[in-house]
Design a protein around this ligand. Structure first.
Ligand code: NAP
Ligand code: GLV
Length: 313
């Protein structure tokens, strides 16, 4: 079996070694134009030239959860695309979002600023009931985040495309679904967490119309994709005081350009697309397991993380 590796911005050697030892007998090589035809590909934001050069692929394995960059390419119809299914990301996302929500709710940002000035000041405790958190997307990452927020006893609302059974992992989360449930979901939320995939339906979803429906003093945590958020609408609602702040991990242009008004904004906390990193060992183990199962004839539908290309996630 031949595996092509084509991951923009990723040092290939440890991946080649890891995949080779997890799949003995497989020939794993970095793709270069004109390379021999591979059976499978391990990819992150590959160029169109790679897809065009490898018409014999049986499946693409994406080394991230989001497939928006991949699905912008012209892919052969019916070519299966498999994304990472957790692979150690959901716990990182839960840490990040709980940290951001609690930092805002408990005013740790304010205490940090005051302590830097040598100020010993005490703020009146705030009621958790006044800070309901809305989680957009209840998939692999969103469900884990909603569950983690519940352990801190925040009221949690969850919004997904299709209705969910709010038992089990989503116990205690109030469910909303579809376009019809969106405005009610927003109106019931004050802290908003975005964990949607970037698709034709979700691009620019965090615009003025949506954000102004949050409860006054709203707080935005965007950990999905920069193109979900209309930057100027966020800035306008921060300026008007309707929103209290934002923690942003993802941006329309990454790295965030030096002149962007988010930099230095007192109410915006920025991190460099680091909320849930691809963990190499976990990802290699997951991808190798799936390639082996697929190559041994297991139907693709039985594997987790198979993307519905028509839906975009
Ligand atoms: P997932 O398992 O596919 O979950 C996606 C969720 O979004 C599902 O609950 C889905 O609803 C919902 N959804 C999709 N389209 C919707 C729509 N139009 N309206 C309402 N809900 C909609 O994805 P995941 O693994 O949780 O990952 C989510 C995203 O996180 C990725 O696509 C990626 O962009 C982002 N991400 C960011 C980082 C980072 O470091 N910043 C790391 C990893 C992932 P249904 O359940 O009804 O299908
Ligand atoms: C990272 O953003 C991912 O989609 O895995």
């Amino acid at each position: 079996m031949r595996i092509a590796f084509c991951c923009t911005g990723t040092a290939p050697e440890p991946w080649l070694q890891g995949l080779s030892s997890a799949l003995p007998g497989a020939e794993v090589q970095v793709w270069a134009p004109g390379a021999p035809q591979a059976d499978f590909a391990v990819v992150w934001a590959p160029p169109q030239a790679f897809i065009d050069d490898q018409p014999g692929l049986k499946a693409l394995f994406n080394i991230g959860a989001g497939v928006d960059a991949l699905l912008k390419l012209r892919l052969p119809p019916g070519l299966p695309v498999v994304r990472l299914d957790d692979a150690g990301m959901s716990v990182q996302m839960a840490e990040y979002v709980c940290h951001a929500a609690i930092r805002h709710f408990r005013e740790f940002d304010v205490y940090e600023a005051e302590s830097a000035q040598g100020q010993w000041s005490f703020h009146k405790p705030r009621a958790r009931a006044d800070f309901p958190v809305g989680v957009m997307g209840l998939g692999v990452l969103g469900a884990r985040v909603a569950q983690a927020l519940r352990t801190f006893e925040f009221p949690v609302n969850g919004w997904s495309r299709t209705p969910k059974n709010m038992a089990g992992a989503l116990e205690g989360v109030r469910g909303f679904a579809g376009a019809n449930g969106f405005h009610d979901f927003l109106a019931e939320s004050r802290i908003l967490v975005n964990l949607l995939p970037l698709t034709a339906d979700t691009q620019n979803i965090l615009d003025r119309n949506a954000l102004q429906r949050l409860q006054p003093g709203g707080y935005v945590i965007n950990v999905a994709r920069g193109a979900h958020l209309v930057d100027d609408d966020l800035l306008a609602l921060l300026a008007s005081g309707h929103l209290a702040g934002a923690t942003l991990d993802v941006f329309r242009t990454e790295p965030l350009p030096a002149e962007h008004p988010f930099w230095g904004h007192p109410a915006i906390t920025i991190t460099p697309h680091t909320s849930a990193r691809t963990l190499r060992d976990e990802s290699i183990a997951q991808i190798a397991r799936k390639i082996a199962a697929f190559a041994n004839g297991q139907p693709l539908a039985q594997l987790s993380g198979v993307v519905d290309v028509s839906l975009g996630y």
